[in-house]
Design a protein. Structure first.
Length: 367
């Protein structure tokens, strides 16, 4: 049996190797840092783009906070007011919506490229786990933000989402079966989705989740700076570039270009134009939800399988996938990058197919 002293010593050694004190200085973390140049080098920029879109989310979100009213009577009206009467309001809201989807997209791409490059091996386990948790938080951002306009679709979609959380309890043993119900009641706040739910989702969206994301992002970036960019390929890169000057300049240049594209996109193409039901009238408890509604695109990879397969199958598959993602540094420790690349390609194909053709696949098997 392992003694407490041995366990604490192992933990201390693990933390010391991941956060070496001698490297906690500007020279080692920034000035001395080199970035490998190879065929997968483009993957290094996806993390920076994810952070860039998060910054856009924060800036545009602060502007929207000046006018948004988190009450069931005024939420929908305040969003419509922002769109129609606030100078630049529609542009800012479009930028917020576009950057939200872009942040989630690049977070997913960043995770996939990091997995393919085997960027999770020792001593980068903390970097990887923090990145996985950051991806989950970005999904939660989307879920909590969906309710804030307080329209017919948003409220009913939230009801379904919270009911699904409670439904998980049926498949858990003993006292664990009560946990999903407690979570649903905590987030819902009352017998049905109402003012308490909106207030709690609002607090999650504008305070709790941003703080959690900022903390994890700080941990993630600290770990990246301490250990440098992962090699990314089997053979050592023959070339590298300075992080402090060249890489940062390229990163900022990319940010400037992407911002220009985002600005033009938000100014010319309202994000709502891609949705079948843009901004509906305020939620009416006696009203009906339009047929054919779907969640945001980044939930399609779960939504369509849920429509076709038993809930318990998706639950088990989801739990396995989440566990594998978190434990990847140990599960795939000895796996070749070639094999990891193949897994990444298969996962990417699944995500793309479900996102673009999920509805057609659902209709095919349904009939």
């Amino acid at each position: 049996m392992i003694s407490v002293g041995t366990a604490l010593s192992a933990i201390s050694q693990f933390i010391g190797e991941r956060f070496p004190v001698d490297k906690l200085n500007f020279h080692s973390m920034v000035e001395k840092k080199e970035v490998p140049i190879h065929k997968m080098s483009w993957g290094y920029y996806t993390g920076g783009l994810t952070m860039f879109f998060f910054m856009i989310q924060v800036i545009t979100g602060l502007f929207l906070l000046f006018y948004y009213q988190p009450t069931v009577s005024d939420a929908n009206v305040s969003v419509e007011y922002i769109n129609k009467f606030v100078a630049g309001g529609a542009l800012i809201r479009n930028m917020h919506a576009w950057s939200s989807s872009c942040m989630i997209f690049f977070a997913m791409v960043h995770l996939l490229t990091a997995f393919a490059m085997k960027s999770f091996v020792k001593p980068r386990e903390i970097t990887w786990i923090a990145g996985v948790l950051l991806l989950f938080i970005t999904f939660t951002f989307g879920f909590t933000g969906y309710l804030l306009p307080w329209n017919q679709i948003a409220v009913n979609a939230t009801k379904v989402g919270l009911q699904s959380v409670e439904y998980v309890g049926q498949y858990l043993p003993g006292q664990l079966s009560e946990v999903p119900r407690i979570l649903r009641e905590t987030f819902q706040g009352e017998s049905s989705v109402g003012q308490s739910t909106l207030g709690r989702f609002y607090a999650l969206h504008v305070v709790i989740l941003p703080l959690a994301l900022a903390g994890l992002l700080g941990l993630h970036l600290l770990s990246v700076q301490l250990h440098g960019m992962s090699q990314g390929v089997d053979q050592a890169a023959k070339k590298s570039e300075k992080f402090m000057s060249i890489f940062i300049f390229k990163d900022l240049s990319l940010w400037a270009t992407v911002f220009l594209v985002l600005f033009i996109l938000a100014a010319c193409i309202p994000f709502d134009s891609f949705l079948p039901f843009p901004l509906l009238a305020p939620f009416n408890a006696l009203g009906s939800t339009p047929a054919g509604i779907k969640p945001e695109w980044y939930f399609y990879f779960v939504y369509y399988p849920l429509e076709l397969l038993p809930f318990w199958v998706i639950l088990i598959a989801s739990m396995v996938c989440v566990s594998v993602l978190i434990l990847a540094p140990w599960i795939f420790k000895g796996t070749s990058r070639r094999t990891l690349g193949f897994i990444t390609i298969m996962a990417s194909i699944y995500l793309v197919v479900m996102t673009l053709f999920g509805e057609q696949i659902y209709e095919f098997f349904k009939h």
